[in-house]
Design a protein. Sequence first.
Length: 273
Amino acid sequence: MERFSFRRFLNTLGGRLAGLALFVAIIAVVGGGIGGWQMLRIRDAIVVMQEATSLVETALTTAHQATELVLVVREEVGRGSLAGEMNQRIAPYLVTLQGYQEALRSQARGLPPGSDLRNRIETVAVTIGNLTDVTRQILQAVETNDRTWARYLLAQLDVNHRLVEQDTTTLVAMVRARHHQAMADARLAARRVLVVVPLVTVMVILAAAVAAVVVLRGAVTGARLLSTSAQRLAEGHLEERVPVQGLEEFRFLARTFNNMASELQQLYTGLER
């Protein structure tokens, strides 16, 4: 039995269609992989932008609450309020700032250890802690009626407040730069997706069109040759043969036709004798 090789299989109609399907699948997989990777980059960039927006809001709100606290403390000390009254006004600010301090530390833990942004967030959290510590010391000084010590601590409170503002400003600038970089990455990935998807579509369409033309051309050529040779054989041209070429299916038909024509020619020759 004649061995049917893989090369001959590729020369069949089914083989060519299978090759086309494989080629289209490879293009689709490669294009899908590139597009999927870019979509993941867009997703990661969106996450970074959301985190940056949340961090900026937390930092600015924390700085605003710190400023409000300093103003209230100076007002209470300036008018000589009692410790109970002062504590009643200041306590909500201390609780709020402590919550924001924990929020900043939580966001810092989500960043790579040793990164500049994480270090800056932790620095802001520390300065907030220093600010609240000095505020509690002022409350203790007021409770002991040590107004001189309280006024000295007010100066320390102002120093810590300026540090909070400076560190917060630096932090916001770093976070905004991170936000802008993430936005640029997302736009670049989106442009790549917009290029890859149409390109893959065009390549698939072109591959299908070229394959269809090649297959149809081979089928039409083979059918025309068989039809012409059959007509000539019917007209009495017993020497007519079909070229064995083209798709494997037409090669098989050509060999069958040629064998039939040879047998018919031999039979006719024998009858003439």
